[in-house]
Unconditional design. Structure first.
Lengths: 210, 406
């Protein structure tokens, strides 16, 4: 059974998420702020951390960095009410494997936890939109084509995800296997994390309001 | 009917009084600010001591004013405000002149100037009104004492010989210095407390605004949600609308972003779509998720038909698909704009829709054709429907659009 930790400053939200996940996963810990989260994660070593973006004492990237510093290799799934691009991109850049909003259906959340655990990337339509927007900006200066651009196929995949398609629907629409769709999604996520473009940061900063 | 009395003995108002309240009472009666009358009293006090005399006399006279008499608001005296000021000035000047003609031991320079100085001090001390009670008492007493000491020094200096004057001024300055050292920190502290208090008040105001907003919006919605708790669709719709509203409120006050992303114009694709989604959500009680990539400002001629087609697609999805959510994805390219409306509902066979149904033909395809755009409908029974709208952007818009993308 996948071991999951929940980080959110609202006990009500934690209780709600716990109720939805309990049946399928082992909930090994809960935390309500950054320091607590790092302690809980470092001691309980969950497989997946479902983490809110804004927390007392910092934000999700602070938790991710703190945990990495302690040598923990948990996978992070951001679960947030925030639609602000800055928040979302910051979490993903810090190393989260997926981002979903709190309005997500219970079954979809369970599925998302499973998928990030399997190493897959989880995109909500909005996140896919952000990615397209971020990577569509014109580039000045030296560009690493490996990291700073999306391939045509990746763009197609992102567009379909942004249009609300599930992975299997994307696969059917593009006549490729689900595995390939997942590969594209993962590579987009990797680019988002590793790309050094200043534009990406600037873009996120300029789009606080989405 | 008797009407209100034209004149009564002016009343002393202890709440407004600086010293005895005479200045305020007279000012109210005459119809000028109390400060003017007070300045006149001080002038008269300095220029021969009349001020003190008149003030004392006035106070004794007004003290016995009938308190139990009916409320009385005096009519401003004099035909105009200027006339009132002029009259006061003339009376004051006259009294000053009079004072110079009666040399007397009682109103010697020594007494008059010292008393005048002391009066000014008291005036200054008591006119600092914005402090809280105990603190203000300390400050007032401090300021008043300083002036009292200086006034005493002045009196002694003028009343006695020059040697004595030198000694006395020395003592006065020394006392002044001691007061400064003793009271300086207190006064500084009071000043900084005042700043703190102002800050707290500003914070409290902000909190009050926030509370008012939350009450008007969130609490009301929560109340509605409780009432409609047996109706999940209605509850979800209320929650969603509130979420949208709150988000808008929260982010609208955020510092505006750079000039390149200025979706504030009503023609912005994102804004238009979000407004539309709002309306559809409200009317059909179904969540509409809007994702926009590369926002740009649409010319009215394009926006109108495009949004119309979009509305029709959304309405169809809401009414017929039975889906739980509708996704809208829009992408603004430099030369064209694309909008996708997608649901995962029951789907339909486009060919089997009766030709007399206007929905698709006129409302969607027709509108798009008028702006040289296209409308494509993909639908699979049991899996859902997607309406794909694409419209070219006029070239003038293209250059502007390019700017947006830099």
């Amino acid at each position: 059974m996948i071991r999951v930790a929940l980080v959110d400053d609202h006990a009500v939200v934690r209780a709600g998420v716990r109720a939805e996940l309990e049946e399928y996963f082992t909930i090994v810990g809960e935390a309500g702020n950054v320091a607590e989260a790092i302690d809980v994660i470092a001691s309980s070593r969950p497989d997946v951390v479902v983490c809110d973006v804004h927390l007392p004492g910092g934000n999700a990237p602070a938790v991710i960095r703190g945990v990495v510093d302690r040598g923990v290799t948990s996978t992070f799934l951001a679960l947030s009410v925030s639609d602000a691009a800055e928040d979302v991109i910051a979490v993903i850049r810090a190393g989260a494997r997926g981002y979903v909003t709190k309005t997500i259906e219970g079954a979809d959340l369970v599925d998302a936890v499973r998928r990030v655990h399997e190493g897959d990337a989880v995109f909500s339509p909005r996140l896919a939109g952000f990615v397209l927007d971020a990577f569509s900006a014109d580039l000045d200066g030296p560009v690493d084509p490996e990291l700073d651009r999306l391939t045509a196929r990746e763009q197609e995949v992102m567009r379909l995800l942004a249009r609300g398609y599930a992975y299997k629907e994307v696969a059917r629409r593009l006549s490729i296997s689900i595995k390939t769709v997942e590969t594209h999604a993962s590579s987009v996520l990797r680019k988002l994390q590793l790309s050094n473009r200043n534009e990406l940061t600037r873009w996120a900063a300029n789009r606080r309001i989405i | 009917m008797l009407g209100k009395p034209r004149w009564q003995r002016p009343r002393l108002d202890p709440d407004e009084a600086l010293l005895g309240g005479v200045g305020h009472a007279l000012a109210t009666e005459i119809g000028v600010p109390a400060l003017v009358v007070r300045i006149c009293f001080v002038l008269l006090a300095i220029g021969g001591g009349w001020g003190l005399f008149v003030y004392a006399a006035g106070w004794l006279y007004l003290r016995v004013a009938p308190v139990e008499a009916e409320p009385y608001v005096p009519d401003p005296k004099g035909p105009s405000e200027t006339a009132r000021y002029l009259a006061i000035g003339m009376v004051t000047t006259g009294l000053l002149m009079l004072a110079r003609t009666i040399p007397s031991q009682l109103f010697s320079d020594a007494i008059v100037f010292s008393a005048g100085l002391f009066a000014i001090g008291v005036l200054i001390a008591w006119s600092r009104g914005s402090l809280s009670r105990t603190e203000s008492m300390i400050t007032r007493l401090a300021v008043a004492s300083v002036f009292a000491v200086v006034a005493l020094g002045l009196f002694l200096a003028l009343a006695f010989s020059t040697l004595a004057a030198a000694v006395v001024s020395g003592i006065a300055l020394a006392v002044l210095g001691v007061f400064g050292v003793l009271l300086g920190p207190t006064i500084v502290r009071l000043a900084s407390d005042l700043g703190q208090e102002r800050l707290n008040r500003a914070r409290a105001d902000e909190r009050a605004v926030m509370a008012a907003h939350l009450h008007d919006s969130v609490l009301q919605t929560l109340a509605l949600v409780q009432r409609h708790s047996d109706n999940p669709a209605r509850t979800a719709q209320l929650a969603r609308r509130q979420e949208r509203e709150l988000r808008q409120w929260l982010y609208a006050s955020a510092p505006s972003t750079s000039a390149r992303s200025t979706p504030s114009s009503p023609q912005s694709l994102r804004q238009l779509l979000e407004q539309l989604a709002d309306k559809v959500e409200e009317r059909h009680e179904i969540p509409v998720e809007v994702v926009v990539v590369g926002d740009s400002n649409l010319p009215f001629a394009v926006a109108q038909p495009l949004l119309g087609a979009c509305r029709e697609a959304l309405t169809n999805a809401a009414k017929h698909s039975g889906a739980k959510q509708i996704d809208v994805f829009a992408e603004a390219h430099t030369d064209r704009v694309e909008v996708f409306v997608r649901d995962t509902g029951c789907g339909f066979l486009p060919d089997e829709v009766a030709h007399d149904r206007h929905g698709i033909v006129d409302s969607i395809a027709g509108r798009m054709e008028r702006i040289s755009g296209t409308a494509t409908i993909h639908s699979t029974l049991g899996e859902g429907t997607e309406v794909e709208l694409s419209a070219p952007l006029p070239s003038s818009e293209t250059s502007e659009n390019k700017d947006n993308h830099q």
